[in-house]
Design a protein around this ligand. Structure first.
Ligand code: NAD
Ligand code: 2HG
Length: 519
C-alpha cells in the first residue's frame, strides 16, 4: 500500500511531525507561500494548517485525494466546514491543547497595561528613570468579565482567582453547574456584563458576539479590553476612540480583523494599546500539545477511524473502550446488512438494545449509514458525509431503543421485515454476530471474514474448505447457520488473510453457492 502524503503549511511541533513521519511522507514548511497551497493541495491525503492559511470551498473542491484537513489549534474558522462535510473530508483540530497558553497571554496583556510594563521598558532603554510616571494598578480586587466560558475562558477564570479577582462570565451555551464549579457568577446578557467588567476579556469563536461602541461605552471608566480570541469581533475604531476619550485605560489585542493589521490601523498610534502577532498559542508547551493531538487525529482519520478531535462528526463523550466497541459494532452491522439487502427502498430501523448512551445516537446513526452506503455507492462515503449521502439516496434510518435491561446490542432491519434483521452484541471487546438475515448465529466478528449463502445440502462445507485450501489460505474458524424454511444455509469463515477476487470467482462456480461476500 502506498504511504499517504501529508502537507504541513506552517511551523508544527517536531513531536507531531515525527509521529506523522512514522506512517506517511510528510512535507513540512515553516510558512508555505499562500498562493502555493491551491497549486499543490491535490497531491496530498492530509493537510495541516495554522492561522496563516485559509481553506475555502473553491480550494477544497475537486481534491479526490484529500481525506483530512487539520487545524493545528482550536479555532476552525479558516476552514470551510460545510464544504469539507459535503466532500467527506474529516476536519480535526486540537481543542484545549493551547488553552492555558491563550489564557496566560490574556493575563500578559492585562498586566502589561496595568503595570505599564511596555512603557517602562521603552523609558529605561531611552535612559529614563521616572517611577512616578508609571504608577500602575493591581489585578487583585478588580472585576474580570469573560465573554465565552469554554476552555480558554475557564482557564482565564482559574488564573483570575489566583489573583483574587471577582469573576463574571457571559456564555448562554454553558450550564449553571459549570459556572458554579468554577466559582464564577453567570451574567445573562452582554449589556449587564459590561458595567461589572473592570477588565473585559473575549474567549468565543469568531462567530461570537459583535462588540461595538454601544456595548464598549457601558464599561466602567478606566476599564481594559483584551482580545486573544479572534479578530473582527470588537470594533477596533471604537476601541481607539474610547482610548482617546480616556474612557478606556488600555487595550490588549493578539488578534485583528486583518492579520497583520494594515499600516493605518487605528490603534497603532496609542501607547496604551498592547499588540501582539497572534501569539496566544505560541508557547513551547502548547506547540507540543497541539502538534501531538493534531497528529493523532490526522493519523486516525487517515486510517478510517473517528478520532475524538474530529470536528465534523458528532463524536459522543465516551471512554475509548466504550467508543471503540460501539464504532466497530456499528460498522459491522451496517456492512453485513448492506451486503445482504441490496435494495433499501423502505426505511431502515436501527434498534439499540441495552445501556447505550443516548448522546451517542447521532454519531451511531451516521456511522451505520456510512457503513451501509459505502457497500452500495462508489466514491467516498464516510461518517462525515453520511447524512448528505443518505438524503441524496432517499435513505431513511429510524432509531428505536429497546430498553436498558438486556445485553448491549445493535440490530438493523428493513422496516416491517423482521426476516432482514442483522444483530451484533457488544458486551466484550469484539462485536459478536448474533443474527444475520434472521438466522441465529454466535461468533465474534473476525478481521477477515468470508461469507457464503448456499443451498442447505450435504457437501457444500467440504467443497468451500477445499477451495480455500487450494489458495493456501488458512481457515481460523467456521460458523454455520441455517434457514430451514428457505432451504438456505450461511457459512462464515474467519481467514488469515482477505479472500482474493479469484477465490470469490471460483467459489461462485460451486453449483450450491448462491452468494459470496468478503468483509
Ligand atoms: N490567540 C490564539 O492564538 C488563540 C489560542 C487558542 C484559542 N484561541 C481562540 O480562543 C477562542 C476560544 O477558544 P476555546 O478553545 O476556549 O473554545 P471553546 O469552544 O472551548 O469555547 C468557546 C466558548 O464560547 C462560547 N460562545 C460561543 N458563541 C458565543 C456567544 N455568541 N456569546 C457568548 N459565548 C459564546 C461557547 O459556548 C464556548 O463555551 C477561539 O476563538 C479560539 O480560536 C486563540
Ligand atoms: O498558534 C496558532 O497557530 C494560533 C492558534 C489559535 O489561533 C487557535 O485557534 O488555537
Amino acid at each position: 500500500m502506498t504511504r499517504p502524503r501529508i502537507l504541513i503549511t506552517e511551523t508544527l511541533g517536531q513531536e507531531g511531525i515525527d509521529m506523522l513521519r512514522e506512517v506517511a511522507d510528510v512535507d513540512a514548511y515553516d510558512l508555505l507561500p499562500k498562493e502555493q497551497l491551491p497549486e499543490i493541495l491535490g497531491d496530498y491525503d492530509a493537510v495541516i494548517i495554522r492561522s496563516a492559511h485559509r481553506l475555502p470551498r473553491e480550494v477544497l473542491m475537486n481534491r479526490p485525494r484529500l481525506k483530512v484537513v487539520a487545524r493545528a489549534g482550536s479555532g476552525v474558522d479558516n476552514v470551510d466546514l460545510k464544504a469539507c462535510t459535503e466532500f467527506g473530508i474529516a476536519v480535526v483540530n486540537a481543542p484545549g491543547a493551547n488553552a492555558i497558553a491563550a489564557a496566560e497571554q490574556a493575563f500578559g496583556h492585562m498586566l502589561t497595561i496595568l503595570r505599564n510594563i511596555h512603557l517602562g521598558d521603552a523609558h529605561v532603554r531611552e535612559g529614563g528613570w521616572n517611577r512616578k510616571k508609571f504608577l500602575g494598578g493591581e489585578l487583585h480586587d478588580r472585576r474580570l468579565g469573560i465573554i465565552g466560558f469554554g476552555k480558554v475562558g475557564r482557564e482565564a477564570a482559574r488564573i483570575a482567582h489566583g489573583f483574587r479577582m471577582t469573576v463574571y462570565a457571559y456564555d448562554p451555551f454553558v450550564s449553571d453547574e459549570i459556572f458554579q464549579a468554577h466559582n464564577v457568577t453567570r451574567i445573562d446578557s452582554l449589556e449587564e456584563l459590561m458595567p461589572v467588567s473592570d477588565i473585559l476579556t473575549l474567549h468565543t469563536p469568531k462567530s461570537g458576539p459583535q462588540i461595538g461602541m454601544d456595548l464598549l461605552s457601558r464599561l466602567p471608566k478606566g476599564a481594559i479590553v483584551v482580545n486573544v480570541a479572534r479578530g473582527g469581533m470588537i470594533d477596533e475604531a471604537a476601541l481607539a476612540e474610547l482610548l482617546d476619550m480616556g474612557h478606556l485605560l488600555g487595550v490588549g489585542l493578539d488578534v485583528f480583523s486583518q492579520e497583520p493589521p494594515p499600516k493605518d490601523f487605528p490603534l497603532f498610534r496609542h501607547p496604551r494599546a498592547v499588540l501582539t502577532p497572534h501569539l496566544g498559542g505560541s508557547t513551547q508547551e502548547a506547540m507540543t500539545g497541539v502538534a501531538v493531538m493534531t497528529a493523532k487525529g490526522v493519523i486516525a482519520a487517515l486510517q478510517g477511524q473517528t478520532p475524538p478531535n474530529i470536528v465534523n462528526v458528532p463524536v459522543p463523550p465516551l471512554t475509548p473502550d466504550e467508543f471503540g466497541i460501539l464504532d466497530e459494532g456499528a460498522r459491522v452491522v451496517g456492512r453485513i446488512f448492506a451486503q445482504m439487502n441490496k435494495t433499501l427502498t423502505v426505511p431502515l430501523v436501527l434498534t439499540l438494545k441495552g445501556p447505550i448512551a443516548k448522546n451517542a445516537i447521532p454519531w451511531l446513526k451516521q456511522t451505520v449509514i456510512a457503513a451501509v452506503l459505502s457497500e452500495q455507492l462508489d466514491g467516498r462515503v464516510n461518517a462525515v458525509n453520511a447524512l448528505i449521502k443518505a438524503e441524496e439516496q432517499g435513505l431513511k434510518l429510524l432509531v428505536e431503543e429497546a430498553g436498558p435491561n438486556q445485553a448491549p446490542a445493535l440490530s438493523l432491519r428493513l422496516e416491517g421485515h423482521s426476516e432482514t434483521t442483522t444483530e451484533v452484541v457488544l458486551d466484550n471487546h469484539v462485536p459478536r454476530l448474533r443474527r444475520i438475515n434472521g438466522i441465529a448465529m454466535d461468533l465474534p466478528w473476525p478481521k477477515n471474514a468470508l461469507m457464503t449463502v448456499h443451498n442447505d445440502a450435504p457437501g457444500v462445507v467440504g467443497k468451500v474448505g477445499t477451495l480455500v485450501g487450494q489458495y493456501n489460505i488458512n481457515i481460523g474458524n467456521l460458523h454455520l447457520g441455517r434457514d430451514e424454511k428457505a432451504h438456505q444455509a450461511l457459512m462464515i469463515l474467519s481467514l488469515d488473510q482477505t479472500a482474493p477476487e479469484e477465490l470469490v470467482r471460483d467459489l461462485k462456480q460451486i453449483p450450491e453457492i448462491r452468494q459470496v461476500f468478503v468483509f
